[in-house]
Design a protein around this ligand. Sequence first.
Ligand SMILES: *[C@@H]1O[C@H](CO)[C@@H](O)[C@H](O)[C@H]1NC(C)=O
Ligand SMILES: *[C@@H]1O[C@H](CO)[C@@H](O)[C@H](O)[C@H]1NC(C)=O
Ligand SMILES: *[C@@H]1O[C@H](CO)[C@@H](O)[C@H](O)[C@H]1NC(C)=O
Ligand SMILES: *[C@@H]1O[C@H](CO)[C@@H](O)[C@H](O)[C@H]1NC(C)=O
Ligand SMILES: *[C@@H]1O[C@H](CO)[C@@H](O)[C@H](O)[C@H]1NC(C)=O
Ligand SMILES: *[C@@H]1O[C@H](CO)[C@@H](O)[C@H](O)[C@H]1NC(C)=O
Length: 377
Amino acid sequence: MSAFQNKSGFALQSNAYGSPATYGKAAQGGSKWAPRNWSKKTLLAVIAAAVIIVAAIVIGAVVGTKSAAYPNYSKLSYTLQDTYSGTDFFDSFDYYTGYDPSSGFVHYVPNTTATSSTYNLTYASSTSAVMRVDTTDTDASTGRYSVRITSKKQYDSGLFVFDVLNSPYGCSTWPALWLSDPSNWPTNGEIDVMEAVNQATTGNQMTLHTTDDCKMDVKRKESGTVLEKNCWNETESNAGCGVQGAQDTFGEAFNDNGGGVYALELRDAGIRIWFWARGSIPSDIPTDVTDTTAPDPSTWGEALADFPATDCDISSHFKNQSIIANIDLCGSWAGATSVYSDEDSCPGTCESFVTTNATAFETAYWEFSSWRVYTAS
Ligand SMILES: *[C@@H]1O[C@H](CO)[C@@H](O)[C@H](O)[C@H]1NC(C)=O
Ligand SMILES: *[C@@H]1O[C@H](CO)[C@@H](O)[C@H](O)[C@H]1NC(C)=O
Ligand SMILES: *[C@@H]1O[C@H](CO)[C@@H](O)[C@H](O)[C@H]1NC(C)=O
Ligand SMILES: *[C@@H]1O[C@H](CO)[C@@H](O)[C@H](O)[C@H]1NC(C)=O
Ligand SMILES: *[C@@H]1O[C@H](CO)[C@@H](O)[C@H](O)[C@H]1NC(C)=O
Ligand SMILES: *[C@@H]1O[C@H](CO)[C@@H](O)[C@H](O)[C@H]1NC(C)=O
């Protein structure tokens, strides 16, 4: 951008040099091309032009170096810090009960309602934890019951391994598995590991949301499709800087494969997210949750999404992150007419669907095998 501004400045200078007055004076004393015949004004214009050309070259070189720059994701030694699994899975979380900050048509219920036999929206066994949307109310005229859980523990960095058996999908749904510090948003950042809307047929979207000065218009090593590149929440209506995965990274296709594992690495060098379907999880990710052996991301190869620290100070933009899982309904993304009706061909209006179509929410559930967090020593 600065190079472009300099280019326009240079064009202005050439016009001054080529103006009739300047040209005429130089021509009177002999060859207009000989510097000794140039007027003071012409000489200054030529010097100014030369300075601008040199500046443009320097800026070009800096920009060029930046586009080739890439952080050193050297091997880190991880140690298992926390395991979220088994019958007490939900004990490590707070149930959010306020109005939905994303304007959804939803009531996030407290743990007593969620665990009651009437609703049973969260329950866990020795093998998995389930988080679902109410499927009984056929007149949910002020919004349907759902759940949003926030880990009590918060992290500044680490390797997060999410083993997911089932992801929610269906018209009006907006599920997400993400990290953020909700009371200090966007100052402490947001990392969306899994997120999709409605039928979730376009794959998983992995996105960062930050304050100003965090951009991904740099060299990256990833297999996903790059969406926006500015992570600042004030740009593109808070779209964030996103990367999209293939169709089987979320929803029905993901579930049909028995789900899979998402691994998120949050470190000073950058943020990377890998995904493997159930049949291709690397052998260094233990299937047995009692196995404390730490995985080694340096052996995993290219990530699905790569957010290097090249033009974003990761450690200052991402702090104090809780792990959050929720299933929103409608709201600013899933419920937008351009998305709900036009892109995803869902029936009626999003709110009428949520109000009446209780049984449609039978596919709207998360099932987690385990979440494990490792910290670098
Ligand atoms: C990356 O960092 C590691 C460990 O600090 C070092 O051994 C290695 O030489 C570095 N690689 C590059 C390309 O700078
Ligand atoms: C609900 O959460 C409160 C506060 O964290 C806790 O004391 C209580 O045991 C929980 N109840 C159930 C049913 O999970
Ligand atoms: C919730 O549903 C699960 C699975 O059907 C069942 O095992 C559990 O007993 C139910 N919990 C309550 C409180 O009804
Ligand atoms: C971390 O988050 C908690 C709750 O969201 C908040 O109370 C606390 O002030 C935060 N700490 C920092 C250092 O931002
Ligand atoms: C972005 O964050 C700022 C706080 O830093 C907030 O005031 C603003 O409303 C947010 N904008 C959007 C579009 O989310
Ligand atoms: C209710 O949901 C089901 C499953 O998504 C769908 O096939 C059906 O068309 C919906 N009915 C109405 C009235 O929207």
